[in-house]
Design a protein around this ligand. Structure first.
Ligand code: AP5
Length: 185
């Protein structure tokens, strides 16, 4: 069973690669961004709060995100293995995840760190044009990643295997690299 975390800047390809891994390994794909967007579409209170942060490219506060993720990761389908896409994004979230996984008696297999240049990211996201894909918000999301999410890599460096993958070129080629790494775990 594999339990992995995707860490990477916005637009680095976390969601794209997670869907390809899901196809091959049949494990659950948990994206906190998708969970927030679903709440926004359903007009829930959580969605309304999340939207006010997402529109600015800021992180949704830890207490909201941690509670939502803890509930999701306790669901039965996660017992077959999971990929976390976009979580943890702060050291506080990483600490909360460690605690939760300890309770559930689950071990992380690896972290896939996807990286590419800011120029490629900006081009990809402007081309996708999601609600939060305008230039000002993208730039803020990149800054937030550097300030708040990169320290998560440091937090895990001595406890979990970190696999650094360059996320450029054809998504299938990037997938082949990740898949090979996961098969050798
Ligand atoms: P989230 O939905 O997680 O967005 P993100 O991290 O900004 O990531 P993206 O979806 O933009 O990029 P991705 O890396 O998944 O790339 P993708 O595969 O989609 O979060 C949105 C917001 O929600 C956050 O800003 C925050 O407000 C909030 N949030 C979420 N999680 C949170 C948390 N834990 N704590 C607090 N707040 C949280 O690809 C992007 C585009 O590039 C696509 O069009 C794709 O087709 C294309 N692409 C991908 N790979 C390639 C390739 N190799 N070549 C060419 N194009 C490619």
């Amino acid at each position: 069973m594999i339990n992995i975390i995707f860490i990477g800047a916005p637009g680095s390809g976390k969601g794209t690669q997670a869907e390809l891994i899901k196809r091959d390994f049949n494990i659950s794909h948990i994206s906190t961004g998708d969970m927030f967007r679903e709440n926004i579409s359903n007009n829930t209170e959580l969605g309304k709060t999340a939207k006010s942060f997402m529109d600015k490219g800021e992180l949704v506060p830890d207490e909201i995100t941690i509670k939502m993720l803890n509930e999701r990761i306790s669901a039965d389908d996660c017992k077959k293995g999971f990929m976390l896409d976009g979580y943890p994004r702060t050291v506080e979230q990483a600490k909360a995840l460690d605690e939760m996984l300890k309770k559930l008696n689950i071990k992380l297999s690896a972290i896939i760190h996807l990286h590419t240049s800011d120029e490629i990211i900006i081009k990809r996201l402007l081309n996708r044009a999601r609600a939060d894909d305008n230039e000002a918000t993208i730039k803020n999301r990149l800054q937030v990643f550097k300030n708040q999410s990169e320290p998560v890599l440091d937090y895990y460096k001595s406890s979990v295997k970190i696999i650094k993958v360059k996320s450029v070129g054809n998504p299938d080629d990037v997938h082949a690299v990740i898949s090979k790494e996961l098969k050798s775990l």
